[in-house]
Design a protein around this ligand. Structure first.
Ligand code: R5P
Length: 308
């Protein structure tokens, strides 16, 4: 089964191909001088893409990669449909349609946080992206989606997978935490899973987001004095959530505070900002960043196996 990628999914697709002992097909993926994208499946991959189910690894972040993902999926779809006619007419070919079998594996699903209509007139962006993608593939595997219920209602085959087992493994090797903290209620399921795997204490904070850069935590007594604590979240963007949670932990006597997440967006100097608040930051490689120390391919491989 070929694991296909454009530029953005290349590293993860290569790991996935290793883990699953499959062929890695790298698609031609470049930009024209005006910024428009161009993709093409290489000739020598056409046979394998038609003869077996195929997995495309692609992020829907940043915005340009949403369109790129759709182009990549369409290229694969045309080849599987047997639509290989080219306009120059050099090798006109209409082959047999080999049917469904395109799986999209998404390490980081952009727009996942707009999963509700928080105010009248808003669009539920996470659902819009999901609906769009269902037109071009036959199933999806999504890593640590912020809130999976938003896509569950699409009635489409989706495997939701999590990197929490790998994050727990990394933390227990490098940090040996005594205590895992979820920085808000939304991360309780993921962070408590890490605590359960490691076998350490767990608690959570209640967070109110004032705006994109400002959050507040409701004060809470945490039994962290003299303890090594790891804060676990699905994603870190500005780092504000982690910095505020860390401050609360330090005030209550935590000895060390570390932060771990699946998706390290690290926007606006987040890594520098967090360096003043935490002792270490760990993320998966779902997005390329300087703290990507956990492979996301393991979790994706679990979802792919389940889906196929
Ligand atoms: C939101 O609920 C997410 O789980 C994260 O807590 C949030 O996106 C982190 O954002 P930031 O790093 O900007 O505080």
């Amino acid at each position: 089964m070929p694991i296909v990628s454009g530029a953005n999914g290349q590293k993860i697709a290569s790991s996935l191909a290793n883990i699953m002992d499959m062929e890695h097909v790298i698609m031609e993926d470049r930009r024209f001088p005006d910024g428009e994208g161009y993709v093409r499946l290489p000739n020598d991959a056409i046979e394998s893409v038609r003869s077996e189910k195929v997995i495309l690894v692609s992020n829907t972040f940043p915005d340009s990669e949403i369109l790129k993902t759709i182009l990549l999926l369409n290229s694969i779809k045309d080849v599987r449909k047997g639509d290989l006619v080219n306009l120059k007419g050099e090798e006109p070919q209409n082959l047999e349609d080999v049917g469904p079998g395109i799986i999209l594996a998404i390490p980081y699903y952009g727009y996942s946080r707009q999963d509700k209509r928080f105010s009248k007139g808003e669009v539920v962006s996470a659902e819009v992206i999901g609906k769009l993608l269902t037109n071009y593939c036959d199933g999806m595997v999504i890593l640590d989606l912020h809130e999976q219920s938003v896509l569950e209602k699409l009635n489409f085959p989706i495997e939701f997978v999590s990197s929490m087992p790998e994050i727990a493994d990394k933390l227990s090797r490098d940090v040996m935490p005594d205590f895992i903290l979820s920085p808000d209620k939304g991360a309780i399921k993921r962070a408590s899973e890490v605590a359960r795997i490691i076998g350490c204490e767990f608690s959570y904070l209640e967070k109110t987001r004032i705006d994109a850069h400002t959050i507040e935590h409701t004060p809470k007594n945490l039994d962290v004095s003299g303890k090594i604590v790891a804060i676990v979240d699905d994603m870190i963007s500005t780092g504000g959530t982690i910095c505020r949670a860390s401050d609360a932990l330090r005030r209550q006597g935590a000895l060390e505070v570390h932060a771990a997440c699946t998706h390290g967006l690290f926007t606006g100097g987040a890594i520098t900002k967090m360096a003043n608040h935490v002792d270490g930051v760990y993320s998966t490689d779902s997005l390329s960043n300087p703290r990507a120390v956990v492979e996301s391919a393991n979790a994706l491989s679990r979802g792919i196996k389940k889906l196929i």
